[in-house]
Design a protein around this ligand. Structure first.
Ligand code: TXA
Ligand code: MG
Length: 460
């Protein structure tokens, strides 16, 4: 599918979506019985498969062009560039309009590739890591005794890689990575994704790939190729479509170089997961203190407005009851014209409106449900989106309500959240009312609330 949509200031006239089915990708392992993706493997060449050819084409674009390529990971869609080339990395900041002091995560396909990044450009291991492992094939387990990968991370890599976990690592000087990747920091973030498609793309490109989420800066992260197209058509040439993302929230970011180690961004790998690993029993939370975030952010991205749809988001803390129709109208502010409201329900707001809900309001403000037949308008994956129309007192006349039920399971809620915010934007609602979660329900709830609180901020 090709979309033409030239944005002001952009030079790309066509954005192409390339389909690649993850199931079509085959990995080959060496004949040593170790089928461990973290070590050595290759992508099987399949020249008669359109999927393979699409992926190989995207890999070639990443090597030769300075325009970034969007691709799916298990968390969210990323916007990739060869992390070793400055001009290519600058292309990411340009396409997203991302502030240049917000560093990027580097995606690797294996530990040998990560080790290359931890050695300085002139081949020396960074000074506080003794490296006796210059020949990776000598490593028996995953790590050698004096591995260049800091030992604090070994237990996490054993348990959670490949997967939705980003590690903050020391950046050698001089570094193989383009300076724009780290935005002036002495560290870089790295992650080995578990998505087959992402791994195959990194492997075929044969470069580490810098990739932030593939949204325009400040927008919710994309979890489908369509979301990427809505934000970046006319700014990039190629979007690889591998279906919707499994997790739906960005990776957990951890800093094991600080004492105690810290979680800088909550995600699918939870505090309890981390605490179960040697060296991480006392892991602290580095993302809650808003004053600290604003003055000296640990993860620079945390100070920026983020995850924001165009509509204002009003977040109800967990336990608040669903607003009445009257309260909803109140949120629309003083207006003389019909308005439109989005609702995102999670754990306990009742599953649907009923005629009686509106009739209860009727006696007070002459409102009435216009169409009592609930209509299923559209579905984002399995998420139900329903439209209601309520007749209210003049001069407003009527309001539209777009109601999104994310489901009650935490994983479902995490997976659908960004899609729901984007869907309501497409419906052009004026405000979005969201039923929040109790942070105490665990880290996935905390990760969802972390994103929602940012979405509900007016701006920073
Ligand atoms: O799941 C994910 O992590 C996705 C997919 C595409 O992999 N990527 C992603 O990237 O969410 P991005 O750029 O949207 O978020 C990266 C976060 C930002 O908050 C950034 O400030 C932080 O990681 N970060 C990157 N490098 C860092 C560093 N050296 N020190 C501290 N924080 C860093
Ligand atoms: Mg992002």
């Amino acid at each position: 599918m090709t979309t033409t949509n030239v944005q002001p200031g952009s030079t790309i006239s066509a954005t192409e979506i390339l389909n690649v089915r993850p199931s079509s990708i085959i990995f080959d392992f060496p004949n040593n019985g170790k089928n461990d993706l973290r070590q050595t493997w290759s992508v099987r060449e399949s020249l008669d498969s359109k999927d393979y050819l699409n992926l190989a084409r995207a890999a070639e674009e990443l090597r030769s062009s300075d325009i970034p390529v969007a691709f799916p990971t298990e968390t969210v869609y990323g916007l990739a560039a060869d992390a070793t080339r400055s001009e290519a990395v600058k292309g990411i900041y340009r396409a997203k309009q991302r502030p240049s002091d917000n560093p990027l995560i580097v995606h690797v396909h294996s530990l040998p590739q990560l080790r290359q990044l931890l050695r300085s450009k002139d081949g020396q291991a960074i000074k506080y890591q003794e490296d006796s492992s210059s020949n990776d094939t000598h490593i028996q387990g995953l790590f050698s005794e004096h591995d260049v990968i800091p030992s604090i991370y070994h237990s996490l890599i054993e348990k959670f890689w490949p997967g939705p976990l980003t590690l903050i690592l020391p950046n050698p000087d001089p570094s193989i990575l383009a300076a724009e990747v780290t935005a002036g920091l002495k560290t870089f973030g790295a992650r080995m994704p578990s998505s087959k498609l992402a791994l195959a793309l990194i492997k075929l490109t044969d470069r580490p790939l810098a990739a932030p989420s593939a949204n325009a800066s400040t927008r919710p992260s994309p979890t489908t190729a369509e979301h990427v197209r809505n934000d970046l058509a006319g700014r990039i040439s190629t979007i690889i479509d591998g279906g919707s993302c499994d997790v739906g929230l960005e990776s957990t970011v951890v800093d094991g170089l600080s004492i105690p180690p810290l979680v800088l961004r909550p995600g699918a790998i939870t505090l309890n997961d981390l605490r179960s690993c040697p060296g991480w029993e006392n892991v602290g939370i580095g993302y809650k203190n808003q004053a600290q975030i604003e003055s000296q952010p640990k993860a620079p991205g945390m100070k920026y407005r983020h995850y924001s749809p165009s509509a204002s988001v009003i977040l109800y803390e967990s336990g608040s009851s669903m607003p009445t129709l009257e309260q909803m109208i109140g949120h629309l502010g003083s207006r003389n014209a019909p308005g439109s409201i989005g609702i995102i329900r999670t754990k306990s707001w009742p599953l649907k409106f009923s005629v009686t809900d509106f009739n209860d309001e009727l006696s007070n403000n002459q409102s009435k449900l216009l169409n009592d037949e609930l209509r299923k308008i559209t579905a984002i994956d399995s998420i139900l989106v329903q439209k209601y129309q309520a007749k209210v007192a003049q001069p407003i006349g009527h309001i539209e309500i777009w109601d999104v039920a994310l489901g009650t399971e935490l994983d479902q809620i995490a997976k659908g959240l960004f899609a729901a915010l984007r869907e309501l934007d497409l419906k052009k609602v004026d405000i979005i009312l969201v039923e929040g979660l109790d942070d105490q329900m665990g880290d996935v709830a905390a990760a969802v609330m972390n994103r929602l609180r940012k979405a509900a901020e007016k701006s920073i």
